[in-house]
Design a binder for this molecule. Sequence first.
Ligand SMILES: CC(C)(COP(=O)(O)OP(=O)(O)OC[C@H]1O[C@@H](n2cnc3c(N)ncnc32)[C@H](O)[C@@H]1OP(=O)(O)O)[C@@H](O)C(=O)NCCC(=O)NCCS
Length: 209
Amino acid sequence: MSAAAPTPGADDANPAAGIDPQTGHQTSPGAPPAAAPDAGSCGPVEVVRLGVDDVAVFRALRLAAMTRSPDAFNSTYGEELAKPDAWYAERLAEDGVFAAGGRTQPQGMVGVRRYPTAKARHKAWLYGLFVAPEARGRGVGQALVQAALSHAAGEVDVELVLLTVVTGNAPAIALYERMGFEAYGVEPRAMKTPDGTYYDDLLMARPVP
Ligand SMILES: CC(C)(COP(=O)(O)OP(=O)(O)OC[C@H]1O[C@@H](n2cnc3c(N)ncnc32)[C@H](O)[C@@H]1OP(=O)(O)O)[C@@H](O)C(=O)NCCC(=O)NCCS
């Protein structure tokens, strides 16, 4: 891990802070307000689809997710950092990748990828859902999942969206259930951290549209 990596768990409650699209670090408390909803606002959440020119934004969001919610994802900060720009560009070209709060100070992301093989093209995979801690509890996660579902529903013949979530991740499971996903199984020991801790994954699915 880079020496400049943000400290896991070093979150604060500054609602104006966002994610620096160059580094994935949280921006300073003095930074200009982000385009995401104001504290206490019930206004619409800005969600944009990222394109192939948004590699830096995508990478920054992935780095922020691995740093600030490391137990929620299979990947690690180091693995995300090591991926070449071409990896991110390919995902942006092929998948629906959405950012909340605009590109300047994005506050969250989600991706949805259609299975590429002939007999699985009726399914899509939702991945990488993350909202910066200071932006949570205001509907940003819901808006991101909705964008991913709408994208999947817009793809010809996609019938089902699948995802996995760590069984102990109550906020994420509650959000997915609110958005119509149902659990259909558990993968035991789906993830093993370097200290030897295992995490089970809940398998969830939802038909689209
Ligand atoms: C899971 C996660 C994405 C949820 O993001 P979020 O932006 O907080 O989600 P939402 O705001 O849409 O919903 C969270 C809560 O806010 C409430 N809420 C939604 N819109 C709201 C609004 N306009 N005003 C106030 N509250 C609102 C929801 O009812 C929900 O309430 P609950 O606590 O009773 O469940 C976020 O916690 C996260 O990034 N976690 C770490 C990464 C992770 O676990 N990702 C999933 C990997 S599978």
